[in-house]
Design a protein around this ligand. Structure first.
Ligand SMILES: [Fe+2]
Length: 187
């Protein structure tokens, strides 16, 4: 079977992941990757579905981060003719642990894109309204410079936007807008 359709990908996601946060994180990552694809000559479906499924094995591998990414690649390769570009990006997004560097645009986009979601969600939570729709990209960019804010979000991984030729503010604006476009699904 070729790249899974979006419906197949959503079914697969719910088959493997139950946690509310990881599901919202997956959907937010998809939205960001879909938004980025046309800017970098990527296929929006491949980029989007890679974003949606990048953490598919998270609940399966638990604490064993050395399996994170590898198990997802195994599941996707068994069931689909998933493009190598997408599989490589899924491995590279855990490249710190797996010793795999980011090489392609999709590798960098997934690594930066999935990381920025944590900053944007954290930003919404500290607003009086707690609404994603009220998040301002400039505030996100400012908070990236504060290491204690959402301290578990890797600034190094976010900085992969530089490899895409996007400034930090451009990247924050793109990510916030993409997440807001699916606010009803990720809030
Ligand atoms: Fe992730």
């Amino acid at each position: 079977m070729p790249l899974p359709s979006r419906d197949q990908a959503v079914d697969l996601l719910h088959e493997h992941l139950k946690g509310d946060y990881v599901l919202r994180h997956s959907r937010a990552t998809e939205a960001i990757l879909r938004q980025m694809a046309p800017r970098f000559g990527g296929d929006p479906d491949l980029w989007g579905i890679t974003g949606l499924l990048h953490d598919l094995d998270l609940e399966l591998v638990g604490e064993d981060q050395h399996r994170h990414g590898r198990e997802t690649v195994h599941i996707l390769s068994e069931r689909f003719d998933f493009p190598t570009e997408g599989l490589e990006a899924i491995l590279a997004h855990n490249g710190d642990v797996l010793g795999i560097p980011c090489r392609s645009m999709l590798d960098h986009a997934l690594t930066a894109g999935e990381s920025i979601t944590g900053m944007v969600f954290a930003m919404a939570l500290i607003l009086p309204s707690k609404r994603l729709m009220d998040v301002n990209p400039k505030s996100v960019a400012k908070r990236i410079k504060e290491p204690r804010f959402a301290a578990n979000v890797s600034r190094e991984r976010i900085s992969h936007h530089e490899a895409l030729g996007l400034t930090q503010l451009e990247f924050c604006a793109l990510a916030v807008q993409a997440m807001q476009s699916v606010a009803d699904e990720v809030s």
